[in-house]
Design a protein around this ligand. Sequence first.
Ligand SMILES: [Ca+2]
Ligand SMILES: [Ca+2]
Length: 266
Amino acid sequence: MYNPQGADENLEFIELLNISFTETIDLTNVSFTDGILYTFPTGLVIPPLGRVVIAKDREAFIAHYGQDQIVLAEGSYSSSLSNGGESISLVDNQGALIQAISYSDNEALGWPSDADGLGASLTLTNELNQPSPNLASSWQASSIQGGTPGSPDQLKPNDPWSDLDGDGFHALAEYFFGTSDRSPSLNPLKITSEADELTLSFSMNPFLTTMTWHIEESSDLLTWEPATVQLKTPTLLPNGRLGQSAQVAASETKTYYRVKIIEDVE
Ligand SMILES: [Ca+2]
Ligand SMILES: [Ca+2]
């Protein structure tokens, strides 16, 4: 959030995401050195796919956003994120460059105007595929006002059963599959066959933390049982979602398959 709504710049924040699915990253003495100045304290780690937020004014940030579900780094950065765009650098504890980012507020060049003082945050898209942070096309305005510091841009829907785009997929299912409930989606489930094997595949939101799933089968669409499947290793798709697939043995009789999505209730 480089240009919060209003004249006050104290609600600026910057968020780091660990894009590894397996590695924890130790941020001890990692620093921002250009644009803003900040050094991470000893022992701060980001788990795989985890996020950490650094505020310009920690107290103002907490008063506005709270701290639920947010890993907020100690202290605050000094200086500000320029409202006209600038270059910022993140370096490791030896001073070697990790990431340099040049952002802009230039709408004519495609930078999102809603993130320039109108309430949205500047949000990297398709972040797991490491888009260039220097290109306007890599960024969008956050989906909701104020952004979602500490969380992915796509939040779990308040009403799981709504179907705003009328495509037949409920909001919670779209959240699970990583599709939008604000634009119609095609059936995310695909079945392909090769020799005697059927492969069931679908895309999945990579940032799910409170949902599980399994595949079920039925011969009559009335009685469903867990299917015997061989799950393949998930892959990262070009669209930034996870590609899940499972092999099922071909059957002599007509068989239906479905993905059952289970929301863990805390
Ligand atoms: Ca600013
Ligand atoms: Ca829908």
